[in-house]
Design a protein around this ligand. Structure first.
Ligand SMILES: [Zn+2]
Length: 424
């Protein structure tokens, strides 16, 4: 997921040092996963220290891609990348993040052919890149050079992708083919999925739907969030039927969001995004494989498999609804230099309202004003802040140099401080 970038303020953008040299061979999956079965094995391998956080274009990303191509082959998916391979190469240099990794990344693409040969497909996707060693996108940007394991974000979604492929390759084939894509460059601004949408393996006009899994490893006792339910008339009925396990669903209509489905909805493809919500380890090195709810991951994959099968079995196309939700302004969420800078680092543990801080940056306006880790920000100039989005909007509405009176709860008691906002 990329959404939080809006809140990061002036990230120090450094090229991440990498110890896994380009020429070096990849760590063998067997040596890392031992006797683990899928989908746990995939999370364990992808989130291993040795893959260095899978920054797009890095040797760790290359090893992750090799691993996924081998899994696609084992599952019997047909290669659908460049010149008969599973890999679709793409340039990573980006206007969204000009300081992000350059060079070339790879989407991994495989097809499970349907029973009819009418060219209709359903795309199932999950991004496999993550933040590498930071600091770009990291919520602990001061810990430079620490591996961001990205187990939930998004080894979990990729493991579920493999699981969905395994489920669909058994049993009767649906009419439509299913295209499985593990995207790269999501964390730099949906680079892999935008590239795929511009260079699809099969025509986008014939792409009936795109189903995205990004962060599905922390279900626990919580709800499964499903975005995009207003992007086609049929989604709600499909979700109701394909939930025999009675997962608690939270349906949200928007087709535009902070992940790869956006790249498809922008091109008039109905979308869904499955998501088990953010948590305190989000975009931190502590997002590790041992914290994944594997039983929950299995339940999510089972449901997604059923939804994909339904979409691929319908005799009619889904009925697209345009304009579900607001498109984010191009690059606005990701571009440093936009809006005023406070220098807070949000924590994602749930709070009733407001934004809880896991830290404040050294020398930032937030630190100078006396904000502390653990504070829950609840108002700017007496206007209530409900959540992260509210705080982002509050900063966007102000300019560098503005003073803002910030009300926070500290150990449950309101405190008020004044911060002079800085420049990103
Ligand atoms: Zn992310």
């Amino acid at each position: 997921m990329t959404r939080v970038r809006a809140l990061l303020g002036a990230a120090v953008l450094l090229a991440a040092p990498l110890t896994l040299a380009a020429q070096q061979s990849c760590p063998s999956p067997k040596s890392i996963v031992g006797g683990l079965a899928q989908p746990k094995a995939a999370v364990r391998y992808l989130a291993d220290e040795s893959l260095q956080g899978r920054l797009a274009g890095s040797p760790g990303e290359r090893c992750a891609g090799d691993y996924l191509a081998a899994e696609f082959r084992r599952l019997g998916l047909k290669p659908a990348g460049d010149s008969g391979s599973y890999f679709q190469k793409l340039p990573l240099a980006s206007v969204v993040n000009p300081h992000g990794p350059g060079g070339t990344g790879r989407n991994v693409v495989g097809i499970l052919p349907g029973s009819s040969e009418n060219g209709v497909v359903v795309v199932v996707g999950a991004h496999y890149d993550h933040l590498g060693l930071g600091p770009f996108g990291s919520l602990v940007p001061d810990d430079v050079g620490v591996v961001h394991h990205g187990a939930d974000d998004n080894a979990s979604g990729v493991a579920a992708l493999l699981d969905v492929a395994a489920r669909l390759s058994k049993g009767p084939r649906p009419g439509a083919s299913v295209v499985f894509v593990a995207f790269t460059g999501e964390e730099e601004g949906l680079l892999g999925s935008r590239y795929y949408a511009a260079h699809p393996a099969t025509s986008l006009q014939q792409t009936r739907a795109m189903v995205n899994m990004d962060m599905v490893g922390r279900l626990g006792a919580g709800a499964l969030l499903v975005y995009g339910t207003d992007t086609a008339d049929e989604w709600k009925a499909i979700l109701a039927v394909d939930n025999p396990d009675s997962l608690q669903l939270k349906e949200i209509g928007d087709g535009y969001g902070a992940s790869d489905h956006t790249s498809f909805y922008e091109k008039d493809v109905p979308v869904l995004h499955f998501f088990t919500n953010v948590h305190a380890d989000y975009h931190k090195p502590s997002d590790t494989w041992d914290k994944i709810d594997y039983a929950g991951l299995d339940r999510v994959a089972a449901m997604v498999g059923r939804v994909v099968r339904s979409a691929a079995t319908l005799s009619q196309p889904l009925t697209l609804r345009r304009g579900a939700g607001k498109p984010e302004k191009e690059g606005a969420a990701a571009t440093p230099g936009y809006g005023a800078y406070l220098g807070t680092i949000p924590d994602f543990s749930p709070v009733e309202k407001g934004v809880k801080l896991s830290g404040v940056r050294a020398g930032s306006p937030a630190e100078k004003a006396g904000l502390k880790p653990g504070d829950v920000l609840i108002a700017f100039d007496d206007v209530e802040i409900k959540d992260l989005q509210g705080m982002t909007d509050g900063l966007r509405a102000r300019k560098p140099g503005d003073s803002v009176r910030i009300t926070a709860l500290r150990d449950g008691q309101p405190v008020t401080v004044t911060a002079v906002l800085g420049k990103r």
